[in-house]
Design a protein around this ligand. Structure first.
Ligand code: ATP
Length: 251
């Protein structure tokens, strides 16, 4: 569980996060949504300590991130899997080498143990027979699977995903969303996804927080998002013509 308590973040005199509080629970797929520039990435980066927050608290399973010394922070970071926009694979490494990279960096496991774990992750994301391929030889959807396998290789408690569907076609996006959702439940991870994608919201939005100009304006699930009377949220949802048509046809 990650608890965000009244988090403020300013750059100079510009306040970007204006008192955000929420709880991201274990085994849940949590979505942060909002327009471009609303502060989603700043919030995600603040959660992992890439930005120092101006005030407030961030608690990982009851431990304040701010109180951790540098070696505890380092240990906590190893409990965090990261899935970056655009997959961020190493082009010169094979699929298996990409997935083994965190294991080589952060564990003292034997060669055999590392290979076993890498293959477990490869199988889990259904990438059998791709071990020796290079990123340029596989599709964007497969690259994303490699990135997911790499993100879970150290068996993280927390999984952070920044726009996991960017660059993917709608069908592949759904498959990737479902994979993230499944592994979140299976491994009991606390998953946080930054997204603009209303299809993701409707597919896997168990807990959604809507950020508008640095404030949390709404929080809820995909089941109640269409029933909310909030102008800013409605503007965000129905910016998509398709969702507007669905609403108009149902009213
Ligand atoms: N390092 C920084 N220094 C100064 N301002 C920053 C910095 N990082 C982000 N900002 C500002 O914070 C605001 C929120 O940016 P952020 O990247 O969090 O938006 P976002 O909601 O993730 O948008 P997008 O969906 O386009 O990625 C923007 O006005 C941005 O210019």
């Amino acid at each position: 569980m990650i608890e965000v308590i009244d988090v403020h973040k300013s750059f100079g005199d510009k306040e970007i996060l204006k008192g955000i509080s929420t709880v991201f629970e274990n085994g849940k797929t949590n979505l942060i949504i909002g327009q471009s520039g609303s502060g989603k990435t700043v919030l995600l980066k603040s959660l992992v300590g890439l930005h120092d927050i101006t005030s407030g608290d961030i608690r990982y399973d009851d431990r304040s991130f701010l109180d951790l010394d540098s070696s505890s922070k380092k240990r906590l970071r190893q409990d965090i899997g990261m899935l970056f926009q655009g997959s961020a694979l190493f082009d010169s490494l094979t699929v298996e080498e990409n997935i083994r990279f965190p294991l080589d960096m952060f564990t003292d496991w034997s060669e055999e143990e590392r290979r076993e774990r890498a293959n477990f992750c490869i199988n889990r994301v259904k990438l059998e027979n791709a071990n020796d391929k290079f990123p340029s030889e596989i599709s964007g959807g497969m690259q994303k699977r490699v990135a997911i396998a790499r993100a879970i290789s150290l068996n993280p408690k927390y999984l952070f995903c920044d726009e996991p569907n960017s660059g993917l076609d709608p069908r592949t996006s759904i498959v990737i969303d479902e994979l993230i959702h499944e592994i979140t439940q299976e491994f009991g991870m606390t998953t946080i996804i930054n997204t603009h994608d209303m299809n993701s919201v409707m597919g896997i939005g168990e807990n959604i927080i809507f950020i508008y100009q640095g404030k949390k304006l709404w929080e809820g699930s995909k089941d109640d998002i269409f029933h909310v009377q909030n102008k800013e949220l409605e503007d965000f949802i129905f910016a998509s013509k398709l969702f507007k048509e669905i609403r108009d046809n149902n009213s």
